[in-house]
Design a protein around this ligand. Structure first.
Ligand code: DAK
Length: 259
């Protein structure tokens, strides 16, 4: 897959794909073209049967320092409306395969929002997270006020969104924004390790379980439980359920086929 602003390795290793944001001079600022490439790459990987987990990363200095301010600066409200970036972000939100963010350096504004679109996050000790939009006269626009608040709670979200202050990886861990914090030389490796653990499971079970966890974000408990129940029953229609349980009984490793 050839792109201008990202590097994509669909076969990074067995069942694991890697997407690397690649505008290093601009700290991976998320220009519209880059976001469109991320969307297209994710869609292609989602449709690729060989891929069971996707790792999304930047470089050591920056995951992404936010939307491209230079590209946005002169825009009017109507320009922004007509550009309709929400469709791109909504497509990313709907990717069915698990996405693991490997974050080092800055994850700011839209960068942090992109991290929050991922399912798990491994951060390097040098990672900094923030929603600094307030400092340039705006506010988060890709779910920052909503997703952040659900994860870190009202007062912490208020502090980040209203002051624009960055938080460290350690603080992000305390607040539940990231799964683990590791030395900088290990962040990608650890994210891939996590991807490997996910990729060993039944892809169908992973898909329905991801769907069910995400359902908890925007539905009352009773509706979420109902949804979970249906997905649970559905998995008993898969060959992987038979294989997984037979393997347990026979004391061997399961061989999941995604059927
Ligand atoms: N946009 C464009 N260029 C950026 C950038 C950004 N967000 N961040 C950094 N750069 C560029 C710098 O301009 C500089 O370019 P040159 O001057 O060398 O040409 C280069 O990257 C290196 O940056 P610095 O020289 O500033 O490096 P420092 O280490 O001194 O500072 C920094 C690093 C990350 C603290 C600083 O660059 C910074 O504050 N950057 C801006 C962070 C920020 O405000 N981010 C939020 C942007 S607003 C939406 C979806 C998403 C969004 C909105 C709507 N919809 C779906 C509707 C998102 C909005 C945002 O993210």
């Amino acid at each position: 897959m050839n792109f201008q602003y990202i590097l994509v390795e669909p076969r990074y290793e067995q069942h694991i794909a890697l997407i690397r944001l690649n505008r290093p001079k601009e700290l991976n600022a998320l220009c519209l073209e880059l976001m469109a490439e991320v969307r297209d790459a994710l869609k292609a990987l989602d449709a690729d049967d060989e891929v069971r987990a996707i790792v999304l990363t930047g470089n050591e200095r920056a995951f992404a320092a936010g939307a491209d301010i230079k590209q946005m600066a002169g825009k009017t409200a109507i320009d922004m409306l007509l550009i309709d970036q929400f469709t791109t972000w909504d497509t990313i939100k709907k990717i069915k395969k698990p996405i693991i963010a490997a974050v080092s350096g800055f994850a700011l504004g839209g960068g942090n929002e992109l991290v929050m679109h991922c399912d798990m996050v491994v951060a390097s000790e040098t990672a900094m997270f923030g929603q600094p939009e307030i400092k340039i006269g705006v506010m988060p626009g890709a779910g920052g006020t909503q997703r952040l608040t659900r994860v870190v709670g009202k007062v912490n979200a208020m502090e980040m969104v209203l002051t624009g202050k960055f938080i460290t990886a350690e603080r992000a861990y305390e607040l539940g924004l990231v799964n683990k914090v590791v030395p900088v030389e290990l962040y990608l490796e650890e994210a891939v390790k996590l991807a490997r653990e996910v990729a060993q499971q039944s892809p169908l079970a992973i898909r329905l379980a991801k769907e069910a966890v995400l359902k908890a974000y925007d539905s009352p408990l009773s509706e979420g439980l109902e949804f979970e129940r249906k997905n649970f029953y559905l998995l008993f229609a898969t060959e992987d359920q038979k294989e997984g349980m037979a393997a347990f009984v026979e004391k061997r490793a399961p061989d999941f086929k995604g059927r």
